[in-house]
Design a protein around this ligand. Sequence first.
Ligand code: ADP
Ligand code: MG
Length: 383
Amino acid sequence: MAGTARRLIEAFQRKFQTELVPRVYRAPGRVNLIGEHTDYNLGFVLPVALELACYVAVAPRDDGWIRVYSANMDQERSWPVEALEELQRSGDWSDYVAGVAVQLHKAGVAIHACDLYIDSEVPTGSGLSSSAALEVSTALAFLDGRPMDPLELARICRAAEVEFVGMPCGIMDQYISIFGRRNAALKIDCRSLKFDVVRLPERAQFVAVNTMVKHELGSSAYRDRVRECQEAVTRIQSRYPSVQSLRDATLEHLGLLDGVVLKRARHVITENERVERFVTAAARADLVEMGRLFVDSHRSLQYDYEVSCEELDFLVDTAIAIPGVYGARMTGGGFGGCTVNLMAPSVAERFRQEIAAKYRERFGFEPAFYPVVPSDGAGPVVV
Ligand code: ADP
Ligand code: MG
C-alpha cells in the first residue's frame, strides 16, 4: 500500500509539474457475498471490502481551480471552484468526481482548489464497485484530513452517484468502502444503516472471476428493476399499508402480485432470507450450505430478477461442476462483471485453470481472477 502511494506521489509530481508532496487516500472496491439488489429495497447485504482499491493523491492549488487526472482513463478535467453550484452532468467518468465535490459543497463542506491524481486497481464496470471506490477516495481527498462522520460520508458519496451521475443505486457500495473490515464481511441492514461483523470460516476460500464483459442493457435494466420493485410495494401497500419497502414484504404478499413484478418481489424477499441463512451457516462453518445459498441466489437472479447473462451463467455452471467448489453466483448489478465462488483452498489452483480453459474455449478470451481478501475500509495512506 505504501509502495503504491509512493509511486502515485511520483506520478502526481510528474503530471502536475510540481515538487509539492501530495497526500494520498485509498478507498477499496468490494465483493458482495450475498444479498443482491436488496440494498435499494432497504434489505440486507453481505459485502467484503477488497484489497483492490482506488488511490487519490491531492495537493492544493492557488488559482481557484480543481484539476483532476485519471490515470486509468488517461484524461484530465478541470473546473473553477466557484462554478461548482452550476456544474452540469457531462456523461463521463468525471461526473463521479464533480458529483462528490457538489454534494460535499451542498453539505456545507468548503471545497478548496486542488490537483487530484486518480489511479485505481479496481476494474471498472465489473461489479466490484470501482465507482464507489472512486467517490469515496475522492471525497477523502477533498476533505483532506477534515473529519466527517463516516455514515454522512457514505450518504454524500451515494448522493453523488444518484443525483449527479444519475444512477439510482443503494448505499451498499459506498458503505462497505468506508466501513470495511480486515478478515470479515459486514452484514449491513440497509434500512437502519447498522452492521454486524461476520467472520468467515477459515476453510472458506472466495474467488471472484471477471467475465470481462459489460452488456449495454445494464444501466437501463437497473432503473427498470428499481421501478418494478416500487410497483410491487405500491400494489402490496394497497392492502397492507405498513409495507414501506420490499424489506417489509413476505411470501404471503406475493398473492397480490403477478407477472414480472411478482418475480422481482420474490427475488428480493427470498434473497433477504438467504442473507440471514448464509450468516447462520457461516457461523457454524457449514460450507455446503453456504455454497447452496450461493447457487440459489444465482438462480433467483437469473430467472426471477433476470439480471444475469450468458457469460455469468456459464461461469457459475462451470464452477459448480468442479469437485470442491461449494457454490458460485453473480455479484454486483449483473449483465456482465464478476461471479463470486466458494471453494476449499486446495481447489483454488485447479479451479483457476479449468475455468480459464473452458471460458476461453467457449468465448474466445480469458476471464480475470481476483482472490477475495477482506480488507479495511477507506482512509489516508501513510507513506
Ligand atoms: P462498477 O462500480 O461496478 O465498477 P459502474 O458502472 O458503477 O461499475 O462504475 C464504473 C464507472 O466509474 C466507469 O465507467 C467510470 O466512469 C467510473 N470510474 C471508476 N473508476 C474510475 C477511475 N479510476 N477513473 C475514472 N473513472 C472511473
Ligand atoms: Mg458502481
